[in-house]
Design a binder for this molecule. Sequence first.
Ligand SMILES: [Zn+2]
Length: 409
Amino acid sequence: MVQLTKATRRHTKDHNSRLVLQTIYEYAEVSRAELARLTQLTRTTVSDAVAELIGQGLVEEVGLGRAAIGRTPTLLRVAEDGRQMVVVNISSQELQGAVVNLRGALHGRATRPLTDRRGGAVLDELYPFVTELVERASGPLLGIGISAPGLIDMGRGIVQQTVSFHWQDLPLGNLLQSRFGLPVYLARDSHAIALANYLFGPHEPTTNLIAIKVGWGLGAGIVLNGQLFFGDDYGAGEIGHLVVDEGDLPCECGKRGCLETLASTRAIVGRARSLAATDPASLLNRYAATPEAIDLEAVLKAFLAGDAAVRQVVAEAGRYLGIAVAMLTGTFNIRRIVISGRIAPFGELIRERILSELQRRVLPNLADAIELYVEAQGPDTILLGGAALVLTSELGLVRMIRRSAGPTL
Ligand SMILES: [Zn+2]
């Protein structure tokens, strides 16, 4: 019984101090008296919680505020570097990482190419990479945030399946946690991007949002009522391996005609290669020694030079994306759709094709209301998504970032 009472008291104390921290975070600079009013806690409780947070290095006192009458109060704010996070995005081509502080400022950015994409080799690169970032931190670490492609069980920190690295039920969270002794949070890359867009996106705040990442792979993340929606098996937004054209191209996942084989940059490059092989006069051959050597950059050059066949290849990818966007719109009726990734330089044509598919496929009222953005978002976006995972899980701070002066993508 005594134990229980103690535990309850501790729980209430933790709850209060978390509430105080969240409020300071939200209001950027705030006095103890204002905190008591905002949280509806007593002044004594607020003072105790603040003392504890200052002791933990999470909160600091700043200059004096203004008071109508009487003594000018001391203001409190979150100590930006009171905790830092190590964040890593595992992409199919490289590792990207940085150290992020409590306000979402990134420093110590680093990248490491992945030359060998077999699962074990990727881990051999990942461990020293994380070590390097941990050493770059200038303050105590709150945790590690990792984003990766594939199906990820966030609750247990397990990569269930990542087709490109042949990872199957890899307990990545535990592996990193035991090696570095820090809490580790894992999410699918497209989920991290959606979270980052919701919290730090450059557009008007919104409660619902779909972010679709289109690069070598393809996937979506969905924010519903201000919360990342994972689905029952963390597979919400897994549209890359949705078959949209049966009997067409084989996919890495073993099926045929997945959206990823038709609308990703890999699909665009693949089509451009066969175009260059069948038509020696194609502009594409000007930008690469052989058709097999054609990469996304060569495709973009031919596209910008106005090559009609290349524009057609890109338009076709846009049409398939439009089919996916139409299905998502019919299902969720979410207006804000952000498409990012290496497809962004083809933006205007992609956007146009998606909008015209929407008009064809969904109710006009829903199609007309769509706010579609196709924009290049660098690695910082996804890294901030990884940081948001840690912040929300460890300190419950995430929903508060939007109102205070956080970074903007
Ligand atoms: Zn597939």
